[in-house]
Write a new protein. Structure first.
Length: 306
């Protein structure tokens, strides 16, 4: 049975299309360094094989469209602050939520974030395992802990109010964790991209509150990411279907700011930086259910404790 809590309802599954493969030069350089595959055609074959395996696990649109090659975390405006926290704050934990292959964690580590302070979580462990295949690593050569779990399952993450002071007990050992609950109030950076838009308005609020309870109250601690948005808050009827014929719910920049500053956190507790960016998606214009002339937008955002 489909699970609407986790975005697990049936989705439109389109055939893979290798003409959508177009990594930029920085991505190719990073992937060559990570995989050791120096010949670009061989690298492409390797990535197409990984993509096909992942699409069999679950046909997320971002997998079909090679968004995992965009290394979008490193392109977010707040990325430099993320790296600064990793380098300057002792023990600064970086949690990647809905981490899929772990490509964004790997890029952050490549750019200097301490590998011992990173952890990933996703609904499906198969994606993390495919990540090792993708990057030709093992749990020994890339020892970042991974925790499988449903973000709405209290056994995995029970929502808690935002912390006003840091926890007093010693921090847990990341490699020993079996859920995210021991991290409440301890995480310096939480990354959540291409995730919020999987849920309806209520689900997005629940998710925001759950992540807020994980965030360290130390000033500068941050949640950041991107996901689908609209100029006007509401349902994206111009693209159908999303899940079981239900249109995607999208915030706009103003409603996203209001959600965090005043609802999830008390007003004035955080700074919310958010912009709505139009994105070019020529691959979508021939997809069934997409209205002619549809324009696509993404919210690019960060929420920082003050």
């Amino acid at each position: 049975m489909d699970d609407l809590r986790t975005g697990e309802a049936k989705v439109l599954s389109l055939p893979l299309d290798d003409t959508l493969y177009s990594p930029d030069s920085n991505t190719v350089e990073f992937l060559i360094a990570q995989t050791g595959i120096e010949e670009e055609e061989e690298l492409k074959r390797h990535i197409l094989s990984v993509q096909a395996a992942a699409y069999e696990v679950y046909p997320y649109t971002c997998i079909r469209q090679f968004l995992f090659l965009d290394l979008r975390l490193s392109k977010l405006p707040a990325y430099d602050h993320l790296l600064t926290l990793g380098k300057e704050r002792p023990g600064a934990i970086f949690l990647d939520v809905a981490c899929c292959f772990g490509n964004d964690i790997r890029k952050a580590v490549y750019d200097g974030y301490p590998i011992g302070n990173c952890i990933g979580t996703d609904l499906r462990a198969a994606f993390w395992d495919i990540g090792h295949e993708f990057f030709k690593s093992t749990p020994e050569t890339f020892p970042v802990p991974f925790i499988q779990g449903d973000i709405f399952d209290p056994a995995h993450l029970e929502a808690a109010p935002p912390f006003e002071t840091p926890p007093t007990e010693p921090p847990p050992q990341l490699s020993a964790l079996t859920s995210l609950n021991p991290l409440r109030g301890r995480v310096s950076v939480i990354h959540a991209s291409a995730f919020f838009h999987l849920f309806d308005e209520e689900g997005q609020l629940r998710l925001a509150r759950a992540l807020a309870g994980l965030l360290s109250p130390v000033p500068g601690s941050m949640i950041l990411g991107w996901h689908v948005g609209r100029p006007e808050k509401g349902f994206r009827y111009e693209v159908m279907p999303h899940r079981q014929g239900i249109p995607m719910f999208c915030h706009n920049a103003a409603s996203w700011r209001e959600l965090w500053d005043g609802v999830v956190f008390a007003e004035g507790m955080v700074r919310v930086d958010v912009v709505l960016q139009e994105t070019m998606r020529p691959d979508w214009h021939k997809v069934p259910g997409v209205a002619p002339g549809t324009r696509f937008y993404a919210l690019v955002w960060s929420v920082t404790r003050l």
